[in-house]
Ligand binder design. Sequence first.
Ligand code: ATP
Ligand code: MN
Length: 519
Amino acid sequence: MGLRNTESIHYQSSPEDLVEDTLRIGEGILTDTGALSIRTGAFTGRSPKDKFTVKDASTESSVDWNEFNLPIDEKYFHVIHKKIMEYLDEQPELWVRDCYACADPRYRVNIRVVTEKPWTNLFAYNMFLRPKEEELDDFKPEWHVISAPGLKLDAATCGTRQHNAAIVSFKHKTILIAGSGYTGETKKGIFTILNYILPHEKNVLSMHCSANMGENGDTAIFFGLSGTGKTTLSADPKRKLIGDDEHGWTDDNIFNFEGGCYAKLIGLTEDKEPEIFHAIRPGAIVENVRFFEGTNKINFDDGSITENTRVSYPLDFISNAQEPSIGSIPKNIFFLTSDAFGVLPPISKLSPGQAMYQFISGYTAKVAGTEVGIKEPKPTFSACFGAPFLPLHPGQYAKMLGKKMQQHKVNIWMINTGWTGGPYGVGNRMKLSFTRAMITAALEEKLDNVEMTMDPVFGVAIPKEVPGVPTEILTPKNTWSDKAAYDEKASYLAGLFVKNFEQYASGVNEEIRSAAPKV
Ligand code: ATP
Ligand code: MN
């Protein structure tokens, strides 16, 4: 790669060595349970406005150029690439890791990650799939991820917005990350390229979802934007975890892209999220947390560095992880949304038309943390529950999902993990134990013969009873003291849906269009 001056290049270091290297250079501390605690620097979340895709002959007409797919000229890719390599060449040491994405061997993508920081390398070890020793001899990297958080770009000569950027080139099969140490950029960089390669070249649907599997091998997947509960709800002691964030759906299976989990730590308790709590041990990296004064014990309630405190760990830190991370065709799909208006029902069943409508809409409230600048919940529509990571037009993913849902007669549920009893500021977040009970009831087929009522605004079917859940919370309006205020908010949200859908309405059929909420 043209690195000549770097004194030490650590190749394929063990997690223990990477922890030691991080401690040695003074960039980490061990927590009381032996996990590595680090700070990612000025960036504690992704920076979508600084993510660029090289516009060239191959991407010009295939990529859906929009606010998330910002074009950059190839000449700048070369400028930045050169800058990064020169910068890395000046470092006394570097860390290189060979790994791969996609648990299904038919779709495996080999990746070489080159990092300025040992802890970024450990993140790659935790999050991507780990080749066996014997596979390394003839390992051919297909994609490169090059991470230089310490390099500040000169925006004027680099064609970027500011000093930091993540640049994807499909032609050069390279992701360049400069000026940001947020580890999630590497993970979501690879997710972005898979969201192009798999549907565009391999006829595999790529999805921003978690997945788990019951004792009988029945698979469930959970779509949702950041903070809606993909990681939390897929870690279910009664089911095997397939993966917590990114999956592909082929003609005969679903498979995880990754080899690890990246879970939020804010407000974590052993009681509510035991699986994640116990994964915080040697090898895991915790990011941007603070300790209780005078201890190395994490204060999970302290969001003073960021609300987006995180832990990354290999999938097998979860006791019941499925290995390899492959599952059968899903029997149930959950669309998770965190509705800060508190008007969507906590569980509802969707018709095929409603399912497509909701998938294309991708509604949630963005919660503080994962993205720079989000301080309180803000209603967002993000197509396919993942617009920031989708290089192709949302219609392409939606079409593939629609076909698969129909072909396999999948049950589709919408779960509101957000507010109940009123909007943000008045009501409360739905109790996690209730959400879990609702999902369990759906998975155990306990809602198949329950009477349903139709939500007058959103048209979705609400079960009249769910085992383990107080009946009155199933219909959101019942939980509001001010019924008129509920109607007003519900109608307001319906209006937002309709307005957002205008851009898609002409591209879908009547069945989907008529699934719109009633304003
Ligand atoms: P990302 O894409 O950023 O990884 P995610 O969809 O995986 O996001 P989680 O990490 O699961 O989201 O975050 C959900 C957060 O909301 C957790 O901190 C969880 O404790 C909290 N939470 C509170 N109430 C609920 C609920 N009823 N259901 C799910 N999560 C809840
Ligand atoms: Mn997650």
